[in-house]
Ligand binder design. Structure first.
Ligand code: AMP
Length: 218
């Protein structure tokens, strides 16, 4: 059983690493950002509540986010394990997660932090674009679709830039997340779960390093 947390600032490569991990280990990928975007698109109660925070690059309140995660982790499809991507983002959320994993009897097995310089993050986020149909992530500089204008994953043709990847919002998002990141790493370091990986490497090399950690957990 692998129950993994991927830490890293927006743009560190958590999404790309997650895709590769899912391919090899069949874990369930749980991204709170994706869940919120879906909830906003469907205009659910959580979606409407989250929108005002997300559009400004601020964090959605911890209780709302933790509840969403607990509901998701309670579903029966999580058999081989999970990757949490984008949660927890604060030590308070990490403490709430301790309660959740205990209640559900799904203990964490590793925490991996992908580390990338701030200049790289800004560059990556402003070049990032998404498929409107399936949410797959691309990058104008480093990860274009194989066939121009066609999504590799679902064949869709409509793409967009996330509202919160626009330059006005990116700066605040990084500030908000940076402030929280160091204490979060300390939290998991103390539990002996943390491994830091250099996210400036190629996606293949990043995955090699991730894989070295996960193969020990299996
Ligand atoms: P992401 O796609 O992970 O960058 O998330 C997009 C936005 O969703 C963030 O800027 C937050 O507003 C919100 N969000 C996602 N995950 C969390 C979380 N764990 N806690 C609070 N807000 C979150």
């Amino acid at each position: 059983m692998i129950n993994l947390i991927l830490l890293g600032l927006p743009g560190a490569g958590k999404g790309t690493a997650s895709e590769k991990i899912v391919d090899k280990y069949h874990l369930t990928h749980i991204s709170t950002g994706d869940m919120f975007r879906e909830a906003m698109a469907n205009q659910t109660k959580v979606g409407l509540e989250a929108k005002s925070y997300i559009d400004k690059g601020n964090l959605v309140p911890d209780e709302v986010t933790a509840k969403l995660v607990e509901e998701r982790l309670s579903q029966p499809d999580i058999k081989e394990g999970f990757i949490l991507d984008g949660f927890p983002r604060t030590t308070n959320q990490a403490e709430l997660l301790d309660g959740i994993t205990e209640r559900l009897n799904k203990p964490l097995t590793s925490v991996i932090s992908l580390e990338v310089a701030e200049e790289t993050l800004v560059e990556r986020l402003s070049a990032r674009f998404m498929c409107k149909d399936c949410g797959a992530t691309y990058n104008k500089l480093t990860k274009k679709p194989k066939v121009e204008g066609t999504c590799d994953r679902c064949g869709g043709h409509d793409f967009y830039q996330r509202e919160d990847d626009k330059p006005e919002v990116v700066k605040n998002r990084l500030e908000v997340n940076e402030k929280m990141n160091a204490p979060l790493k300390d939290f998991y370091e103390k539990k002996g779960l943390l491994t830091v990986i250099n996210g400036e490497q190629t996606p293949e090399k990043v995955f090699e390093d991730v894989d070295a950690v996960l193969s020990k957990n299996k």
